[in-house]
Design a protein around this ligand. Structure first.
Ligand SMILES: Cc1cc2nc3c(=O)[nH]c(=O)nc-3n(C[C@H](O)[C@H](O)[C@H](O)COP(=O)(O)OP(=O)(O)OC[C@H]3O[C@@H](n4cnc5c(N)ncnc54)[C@H](O)[C@@H]3O)c2cc1C
Length: 401
């Protein structure tokens, strides 16, 4: 039986572990934390992410926990529409899901061939000619046919295999919260959509009532705010007060959502990214290989909400290639398929970053003048890019010689 060690039990690591196990692999997940614990936030899944999860066999689980996200358009803080809400074809409607619900669904999909080992911090990776790859935590060595580095933006495996790729600040911080359904304000305006201001952005989405999309969904209202500058060192209560000041007077439902948020709901993150992207995402090693997956391979700012979606694409692609080819061939094919795709999405995200980071009066005037044309075009391009990806299809057996 083929064996894999997956380093990291985040969304990417769990998705790929389940997929490999369902294809007959014996998988060991090594997770640094004491337990597998997602952030108390939600994640928007664009059509490519949804397709990837369906390709991974998780479609039914997703339908039970995710809510569709109707197009809420894009406004400026003065209420002016940058992009009017439009009816979206069914196949292009994104979904939004509570991260805890998604983690539960991914864990439920692991099955018996996956061993989860928590409290294991991987420190080294062994890539030597003629032998299978291995990782170590200083006490044990874990050898396998395949090592998947799904250990996030600070990946120790990537640092060793692609040292020229550095983690840098994206110049902004993000705050997120899920207001539980029983505390969610009843809103006159529908939740949803995006508001873009000078260096500031606010996005909200309804997760529905508890259990509304399925018996196990947590429900609530999700919002995310980003602001140019560094993460704030103050306690959550002060951060919340700052957010309320920064976003005061923005169109509904911003005020109502910030008012209903409690300090303990707040999740703050400095936004970081990889520059440049690693030159390779796949490394054949002896008879096996090592691959980088998810943020370990292509951490990017969340402006297009594509990080987790790409991690699911990575997982679906890897699983499909491993079903069709030998392991070393699959590792090479994974690299060829995934690196250009991630680079294309990162390019769009960086263009969006530049628009969002604009500050200073003159630059702002120019940005505001351009926003009306640039942003709709950018968002349109981003949506197209998101929609473009389809899971690899198995070769047609009738065409085999
Ligand atoms: C503010 C914000 C909003 C976002 N919104 C969206 C969105 O709406 N849609 C979307 O698609 N994406 C979104 N993203 C991106 C998305 O969250 C990430 O791309 C995704 O979670 C990455 O998953 P991952 O499994 O690759 O990495 P992670 O989630 O970082 O998981 C890595 C795991 O590896 C473990 N680990 C790390 N080092 C080691 C080690 N040495 N040994 C063992 N274990 C280790 C960690 O503990 C962690 O559990 C957002 C990101 C941010 C910051």
């Amino acid at each position: 039986m083929r064996t894999a060690v997956v380093v990291g039990g985040g969304l990417g690591g769990l998705a790929v572990s389940g997929a490999l196990a369902r294809s007959g692999w014996q998988v060991t997940v090594l997770e640094r934390a004491d337990r597998i614990r997602p952030e108390r936030a939600a994640v928007v899944l664009w059509p490519n992410g949804v397709r990837a999860l369906r390709a991974l066999g998780l479609g039914a689980g997703l339908d039970a926990i995710a809510t569709t996200l109707p197009d809420g358009g894009v406004r400026r803080p003065d209420g002016h529409w940058l992009v009017q809400p439009r009816p979206t074809p069914r196949e292009r409607v994104p979904m939004v899901v509570h991260r805890e619900d998604l983690h539960d669904a991914l864990i439920a999909g692991l099955g018996e061939r996956v061993e989860l080992r928590t409290g294991v911090t991987v420190r080294t990776v062994r890539v030597a000619a003629g032998v299978r790859p291995a990782v170590g935590d200083g006490r044990h060595t874990y050898e396998a046919d395949l090592v998947v580095a799904a250990d996030g933006v600070d990946s120790v495996i990537r640092r060793q295999l692609a040292p020229s790729s550095e983690v840098v600040s994206s110049g902004c911080a993000a705050w997120r919260a899920v207001i539980p359904w029983y505390r969610a304000p009843s809103l006159t305006d529908p939740v949803g959509g995006e508001i873009l201001g000078a260096g500031y952005r606010f996005v909200s989405a309804s997760l529905g009532e508890r259990g509304s999309s399925g018996a196990s969904s947590r429900g609530g209202v999700y919002w995310m705010a980003t602001a140019a500058g560094a993460a704030r060192p103050e306690p959550p209560q002060t951060q919340l007060a700052l957010l309320r000041r920064w976003f005061a007077g923005w169109p509904a439902p911003v005020d109502e959502l910030l008012a209903a948020t409690e300090p303990a709901d707040l999740v703050q993150r400095e936004i970081r990214e990889l520059r440049p992207l690693p030159r390779a995402f796949g490394f054949p090693v002896g008879p096996g290989g090592v691959v980088l997956l998810g943020d370990a391979a292509h951490a990017m700012p969340p402006h297009l909400g594509q990080g987790a979606c790409l991690a699911f694409e990575d997982a679906a692609t890897l699983a499909a290639l491993l079903r069709e080819s030998t392991l070393p061939d699959a590792v090479v094919a994974y690299d060829r398929a995934r690196r250009p795709r991630a680079a294309a999405v990162v390019r769009q995200t960086r263009r969006m970053s530049a628009v969002l980071r604009t500050r200073g009066r003159l630059a702002l005037r120019a940005r505001d003048a351009a926003l009306g044309t640039i942003t709709p075009r950018l968002l349109g391009t981003a949506a197209t890019i998101a929609a473009q990806w389809h899971p690899p299809t198995p070769p047609d057996p009738s065409r085999r010689s």
